[in-house]
Design a protein around this ligand. Structure first.
Ligand code: PA5
Length: 430
């Protein structure tokens, strides 16, 4: 499960500042519950948890298991909310090295020809035993018109048809809206298998729909535990939102006091993509009409040697949110050496987790003393259930925070600006 500890952030606020923010946040929470805020047509991310669709979970699990058994490479083709959630969960829960199942490759999230060309060369290359790679492709686009994704899909679709002829159809999975969009036309023309992202769920709130569930299942992760972890969180927060409202109130009061950056950090490298998912969830939801905290991601202790100086001692407008696993899995123990050349014998008998934990605690202390308000998101375990729990917790926190800014948490009108300019430069007809 997840709870967010706020005491090291709260000390930067007076009672008056906190109470004022808490009043606003309570109203926003009520607004969400009564469905009177902006964008109420996009609250499907709550509805799917209120009434879980077990048949869908079964289906995702069985297709995912099949792909997991057969595929050497599973390509996830999507951008923004259409891939960040899947990537976050897959990287948080898959083994880093051996026994990974299919290699998961992400594409369609940029326009680098170099990358795509090399990806195709890699797909063409046989396996070590000389046999061809077994490749499956999942294109994900709610609108079905996003250029980055559409270009990659066009190129990879051709590769799949060249390689597999008519068998390509059974290896291509498309996730999109029920109707509309170019992708639906392509699906109809070729007869690809289609999964639906409900109209009332926005991209960055969609990881618990087929958008995220299919790639996650193909990676061999238990989608039922993930989903029901989120359901448990939903039910808990319907009963008692105390911890979440305290977190959002403290964050909102700090924002009102001029803090501009929320640095999402973890001492667990496998959680960096969770940071990336949260960065998009916060950034695309909050950044409207000159408002919002700028979300950045750091991997510690690595980035303590690059960003650490800035966080400790730079401009004092940064708050930090740690994603912290309470009960880490492994226990690699350090041993003593007869000649203590590296001076590490004082650590002998300690596990890596103990050392990492002290690095975490020391950083929290130092950054706090340096003037950084610190939140600690305490996630019990690095398993599917707890990650599911964290997903809903942060989705709800986002919606409530953005209502307090007076904005719509579920749209992203600003993203259109670069597209318009790019299309004009490319000579696309209006
Ligand atoms: O959160 C969002 O809605 C966006 O980040 C979208 O997911 C992203 O722009 C991709 O859009 P689409 O799925 O329509 O290709």
């Amino acid at each position: 499960m997840i709870t967010i500890e706020t005491k090291r952030a709260r000390t930067f606020l007076s009672d008056e500042e906190y109470n004022l923010a808490a009043g606003v946040i309570n109203d926003s929470s009520e607004q969400l519950d009564k469905r009177t805020g902006k964008g109420t047509e996009w609250l499907g991310w709550q509805d799917i948890l209120r009434e879980p669709n077990d048949a869908l979970l079964e289906n995702m699990e069985s297709i995912g298991t099949e792909i997991h058994k057969t595929a050497d490479v599973f390509i996830v083709c999507g951008i923004g909310g259409s891939y960040l959630g899947a990537r976050a969960v897959i990287e948080a829960l898959s083994p880093e090295f051996a026994d990974r199942g299919p290699e998961i490759i992400y594409t369609g999230h940029h326009i680098s020809g170099r990358y795509l060309q090399r990806l195709i060369a890699y797909l063409d290359k046989p396996k070590a035993d000389g046999s061809p790679k077994q490749v499956y492709l999942n294109v994900i686009s709610k609108s079905g018109t996003t250029m980055e994704t559409a270009i990659a899909f066009r190129i990879l679709r051709k590769w799949m048809h060249d390689r597999y002829s008519e068998d390509a159809v059974s290896r291509i999975f498309c996730t999109t809206s029920k109707d509309g969009g170019a992708l639906n036309k392509i699906i109809r023309a070729h007869g690809y298998r289609k999964f639906i992202l409900p109209d009332d769920v926005g991209g960055r709130f969609s990881v618990l729909t087929p958008v995220g569930l299919l790639p996650i299942a193909a990676a061999g992760i238990d989608v039922k535990s993930l989903f029901y972890g989120a359901v448990a969180c939903y039910r808990k927060l319907e009963e008692d939102r105390g911890n979440l409202l305290d977190y959002v109130s403290t964050r909102f009061a700090l924002y009102k006091n001029g803090y501009a950056i929320d640095l999402i950090a973890s001492f667990e490298p496998a959680l960096v993509s969770m940071g990336g998912w949260l960065q998009q969830l916060y950034g695309e939801s909050e950044g409207k009409n000159g408002q919002g905290l700028f979300p950045a991601v750091a991997q510690y202790s690595t980035d303590l040697h690059s960003l650490g100086q800035m966080v400790q001692d730079g401009k004092r407008n940064i708050m930090e949110t740690f994603l912290h696993i309470q009960r880490p899995e492994t226990s690699l123990t350090l041993s003593a050496e007869s000649k203590d050349y590296d001076g590490l014998n004082y650590l002998s008998g300690k596990t890596m987790e103990e050392v990492n934990e002290k690095a975490f605690q020391g950083t929290v202390q130092a950054h706090g003393e340096g003037g950084v308000p610190v939140f600690i998101a305490r996630i019990d375990e690095q398993n599917a259930e707890c990650i599911g729990h964290a997903i809903y917790y942060f989705e709800l926190a986002t919606a409530i925070f953005v209502y307090s800014l007076g904005e719509n948490p579920f749209d992203q009108p600003g993203v259109e600006a670069y597209k318009k300019a790019m299309f004009r430069l490319l000579g696309k007809e209006e």
